[in-house]
Design a protein around this ligand. Structure first.
Ligand code: PEP
Ligand code: MN
Length: 362
């Protein structure tokens, strides 16, 4: 449930509500909005719900107590109506600007990374990507340069001015990746690795959580909830395609997830057309589609010589391909800017729409 405080609630009244919640063995999380404070009550409330609801509603400074049926709380729009904006160095994600994360699938060498960093920065990328620890389907495939790649990424940040994002695959890597990178990426295979989610929830770096390739939107938001509940509110969601019966594409990009997420959550949403399609020539139309449906940005793989790439050779753009993509994305982004506030895009009233099991699925 959420406790909505009055606009004039005092610090003491807010503290009173929080200590009552703590006294019940539950955890209060407060969100200080532009106008008022909302306190989420998190934990196993069970049969205490009606009594607790009445008690909290009667406390001084409380305007309303709303029971909330969604399983995700801190990541929900109800708790935090304003969009979350994530600032990292000179970049901002979720502020209405177009975020473009670009760079190689894997960091393969200093020269390879620096050449791509320089080129994508000149074309308008806002964040540099590059895999250091690579989750590969085969144990015999290139597994990444590890810490050596992290050092190159940090150097590339100094040279290009772009913040860097790279994947962290296991809890033991969290500290070292956080030391070098500006944003930590959780890959699709790890979306439900709960110990990893808790650990990245404890570091002072934004996290980009990719959707599990077999995960529902609700499971994905619950995974984000782990990170936020552990203390890290700066989570970016990345739709990178889900597995369906279709085999022409590597995955199926679920574009409907983008406006759906903007409706359900305040967290920014990025689309990754590279891993979604697995095909270079499909990256541009799907990136354009992602921006058109309101994504806060895209993540795209770029390599100086894609054919020779040590991973994901078929889906990486070359430098000219990336420049061409940027030229297509900028006007689309300008065109759809502001659509988020359109009621058609914003969806029905919060909490009134059917949940995941609502409408018939035929
Ligand atoms: C990646 O972005 O490097 C990656 C491995 O992506 P995913 O986890 O979406 O497969
Ligand atoms: Mn890749």
């Amino acid at each position: 449930m959420f406790v909505v405080m009055t606009r004039s609630a005092t610090e003491a009244e807010i503290l009173g509500v929080k200590s009552h919640i703590l006294g019940e063995g539950l955890t209060p999380y407060d969100h200080v909005g532009a106008e008022r404070v909302v306190i989420a009550v998190v934990g196993e409330i069970g049969g205490r719900r009606p009594v607790l609801l009445d008690r909290l509603a009667a406390m001084p400074g409380v305007e309303a107590v709303t029971p909330i049926s969604r399983p995700f709380k801190l990541t929900s729009r109800e708790f935090h109506p304003e969009d979350t904006i994530i600032r990292v160095l000179d970049a901002a994600v979720g502020d209405g600007s177009l975020t473009v994360m670009a760079g190689p699938c894997s960091v393969e060498s200093r020269d390879q990374l620096f050449s791509t960093a320089e080129s994508v920065a000149a074309s308008g990328a806002t964040i540099l990507r590059g895999g250091a620890f690579k989750p590969r389907t085969s144990p015999y495939s290139f597994q990444g340069l590890g810490v050596e790649a992290l050092r190159y990424l940090a150097e590339a940040r100094e040279r290009s001015g772009l913040p860097v994002i790279t994947e962290v695959m296991e809890p033991s890597q969290v500290d070292i990746v956080a030391e070098y990178a500006d944003i930590l990426q959780i890959g699709t295979r790890n979306m439900q690795n709960y110990s990893l989610l808790r650990d990245v929830g404890r570091v002072a770096r934004p996290v980009m959580l990719k959707r599990g390739y077999g995960a529902t939107v609700e499971e994905w938001l619950m995974a984000a909830e782990y990170i936020v509940a552990a203390g890290n509110p700066n989570v970016i969601l990345c739709e990178r395609g889900i597995r369906t019966f279709e085999t022409y594409t590597r995955n199926t990009l679920d574009l409907s997830a983008v406006p759906l997420l903007h409706h359900l959550t305040h967290l920014p949403v990025i689309v990754d057309p590279s891993h979604a399609t697995g095909k270079r020539w499909l990256v541009k139309p799907l990136a354009v589609g992602g921006v058109a449906v309101g994504a806060d940005g895209v993540m795209v793989e770029v390599h100086p010589d894609p054919e020779s790439a040590l991973s994901d050779a078929e889906q990486q753009l070359d430098h000219a391909g990336f420049a061409d993509l940027m030229a297509a994305l900028i006007p689309i982004h300008e065109h759809v800017r502001g659509l988020h506030s359109d009621p058609l895009v914003a969806g029905p009233g919060l909490g009134l729409d059917a949940g995941p099991d609502g409408p018939a699925k035929h």
